[in-house]
Design a protein around this ligand. Structure first.
Ligand SMILES: C[S@@+](CC[C@H](N)C(=O)[O-])C[C@H]1O[C@@H](n2cnc3c(N)ncnc32)[C@H](O)[C@@H]1O
Length: 321
């Protein structure tokens, strides 16, 4: 935890000094975090039947995938992410907000927290409010980070919202349409009633190492759009065969009738045009026509919490028989 605090402090300091982080095309052990999902999670989870299902393996990211799964009845959720800081945000801050707030309070809380106009004092107080709801390790982390951020910024003319320094995807608050746990108040209240008692674990892992490390079987595996950042592992211009080799290793982790959501394709289809934009994934040679064992399904693209009328998203998935 100490190292995680120290590195987060350096990230804040470097940002305020004006240092630009180099875009390496892949995520790292310490990186900016997605504050909210960019995917229409509710749409792709609705493609599956959740009756009698109880386990999932998912990227952690903003926590929205894990909380959506939990709100649909999944009680054993194994999360992984290459970025260690996702744990403090998703399982620290966001989980504690679910414990502390009702539906409307939760939405208002994050809209205010992400606002460019929030004062340094208000932001610090809002995070402090949640500390009693956090596990000790997360509480210590956030306490140190808000104290440091406050001291560093209190005499600055141009104060910057901490969530704009350390996070992506804060511009439109948390979407009700994309997240199953926010689709309606009943779903959120259900999540709130069980969140303290279900099993959500986290490991800092590279997705491509997972088949060598985990042995359990899952009903659902969610890989988000990690393949957009996979050239380091799959090579420049990777092909369907390169991907297939990796996917085959995941098969032993899926229960019978399990589903692996292989890749989320954001805004990859122009409405009214037959095909998806090719290649399907940046820096790959993956084409629509390659997908022989998988399905490629359309998902409504959500923008500012409304269905977009000019593009659509896609999900590549595979179901085990
Ligand atoms: C792919 S990013 C994009 C955001 C995503 N669309 C969402 O809705 O959250 C999601 C997460 O994947 C993680 N990630 C990226 N590459 C990874 C890898 N090779 N192994 C494990 N996690 C990875 C990032 O750290 C990030 O938290």
């Amino acid at each position: 935890m100490k190292q995680d605090v120290e590195i987060t402090k350096i990230m804040i300091l470097n940002y305020l000094k004006g240092y630009k982080r180099k875009n390496t095309g892949s995520f790292r052990e310490y990186d900016k975090i997605y504050a909210t999902t960019t995917e229409n999670i509710d749409a792709y989870l609705n493609l599956s039947n959740f009756k009698d299902k109880d386990s999932a393996l998912t990227v952690l990211a903003s926590g929205d995938q894990a909380f959506s799964l939990a709100s649909l009845g999944i009680k054993n959720i194994t999360t992984f992410d290459i970025n260690k800081l996702t744990e403090y945000y998703a399982l620290g801050l966001k989980k504690s907000a679910i414990l502390a707030f009702n539906y409307q309070e939760f939405l208002n809380y994050f809209n205010t927290l992400f606002s460019p106009n929030i004062t340094l004092e208000k932001l610090s107080d809002m995070i402090k409010y949640l500390l009693p709801y956090m596990d000790l390790e997360y509480k210590l982390y956030w306490q140190e980070i808000i104290d440091y951020n406050y001291k560093l910024q209190k005499n600055r003319d141009n104060q910057v919202n901490l969530f704009h320094i350390l996070f992506y995807s804060t511009a439109h608050g948390i979407s009700k349409l994309k997240n199953s746990y926010l689709a309606n108040e009943e779903r959120y209240n259900y999540l709130r009633s069980i969140i303290g008692n279900i099993n959500i674990t986290y490991d800092c892992l590279d997705v491509f190492d997972i088949p060598y490390i985990y042995e359990k079987e899952y009903d659902f595996i969610l890989l988000s759009n990690i393949l957009d950042y996979a050239t380091y592992y799959l090579g420049e211009h990777w092909t369907y065969q390169d991907l297939r080799k990796e996917l085959d290793k995941f098969k032993k982790l899926l229960k019978s009738k399990g589903v692996i959501y292989i890749a989320y394709l954001i805004g990859k289809k122009i409405k009214g045009i037959d095909t998806f934009e090719s290649p399907l994934i940046l820096n790959s040679r993956l084409m629509d026509s390659d997908l022989t064992q998988e399905e490629l399904l359309l998902i409504p693209h959500i923008e500012n919490d409304k269905v977009a009328n000019y593009i659509e998203d896609g999900i590549i998935l595979e179901r085990k028989l």
